[in-house]
Design a binder for this molecule. Structure first.
Ligand code: SF4
Ligand code: SF4
Length: 290
């Protein structure tokens, strides 16, 4: 599937055609406002160092300043004042949005005032089944779930632990629980009419050979789009685990037989604002140059 020509933009709903991540065409015209209100995480991915933003959605090396929900509202007010081409408010970390009550309070506060925006979040999926109806009530229309494997044996190499309902699970047990919740949550979100994107972190010699199976599975579940992201070498994975651009392109070709591939992801910060890849102008931006 081709990310531009097969989108058939005119027949798709607004939460696709006006969302810069769910539509390559929309990314040329519209931007998003990420609100960094969710610092905590309930799992430990072996490619994540928690002092940075969640690497499922973000690049390491910069850390967002956490905002309180009321500060997040003020940021949206400021960005939207006097007109803006931002169409989406998203919560993408820096931890797992569903593990932080501030996420819901923020979407409620901002949603009451900015009714025309689309609302979106990314998650590891562990708590998604518990919160799909809450998200629906809050008018969240777009969800991204990071799913890295369908096999608990492989999952045991990717996740150190999974915390759920007061218990901590390790190894295959933790990976199995996470997978079960991801599948349950994705099905529930699709059934509620939400657009679901799945991110898969590509780790050579770990999950790389399984990725087409993931594409096949999520396509059968009604997932709209798949985003293959090369692992960022850190913590338990090094440069030997990172696939080359050519390897990623070949894999996208194969997975594209099953569902639309996202090729325009910029691995943004959890406080990014504006069109993908443009200067985000964020008050907490720590880069000295762009
Ligand atoms: Fe890190 Fe995100 Fe994984 Fe949590 S879900 S451990 S924040 S990469
Ligand atoms: Fe969109 Fe990728 Fe940035 Fe997320 S990380 S906002 S999917 S471009």
């Amino acid at each position: 599937m081709n990310d531009d020509s097969n989108e058939n933009e005119k027949r798709l709903p607004a939460h696709i055609v006006k969302h810069p991540c769910f539509s390559a065409i929309a990314s040329r015209s519209y931007g998003r406002i990420h609100l960094p209100v969710a610092p905590e995480c309930n799992i430990q991915c072996n490619f994540c160092i928690r002092k940075f933003d969640c690497v499922n959605e973000s690049r390491p090396g910069v850390t967002s300043r956490i905002l309180e929900p009321i500060e997040a509202l003020a940021r949206v007010d400021e960005v939207m004042a006097g007109g803006s081409d931002n169409t989406v408010v998203g919560i993408a970390g820096p931890g797992d949005p569903l593990f932080n009550p501030e996420t819901f309070e923020t979407i409620r506060l901002v949603g009451e005032k900015h009714e025309d925006m689309l609302y979106c979040l990314s998650t590891n999926g562990l708590l998604l089944p518990d919160y799909v109806s809450t998200l629906k009530r809050l008018r969240v229309t777009n969800i991204t779930v990071t799913m890295n494997t369908l096999d608990p044996v492989i999952g045991a190499k990717i996740y150190s632990f999974v915390k759920y309902d007061g218990n901590v699970y390790h190894g295959e047990e933790g990976a199995r629980l996470l997978l079960q919740k991801q599948i349950e949550g994705i099905k529930a979100a699709v059934a509620e009419g939400m657009a679901v994107k799945v991110n898969t972190v590509l780790i050579k010699n770990v999950n790389f050979d399984e990725v087409e199976e993931i594409a096949k599975k999520i396509s059968s579940m009604g997932v709209y789009m798949h985003n293959l992201m090369p692992v960022i070498p850190q913590f338990k994975f090094d440069a030997s685990h990172r696939p080359s651009p050519e390897e990623i392109a070949r894999l996208r070709e194969r997975c594209g037989k099953w569902l639309l591939q996202m090729k325009h992801c910029r691995q943004c910060r959890s406080d990014a604002v504006g069109k993908l890849g443009s200067c985000d102008g964020s008050p907490s931006c720590s880069r000295s140059s762009c």
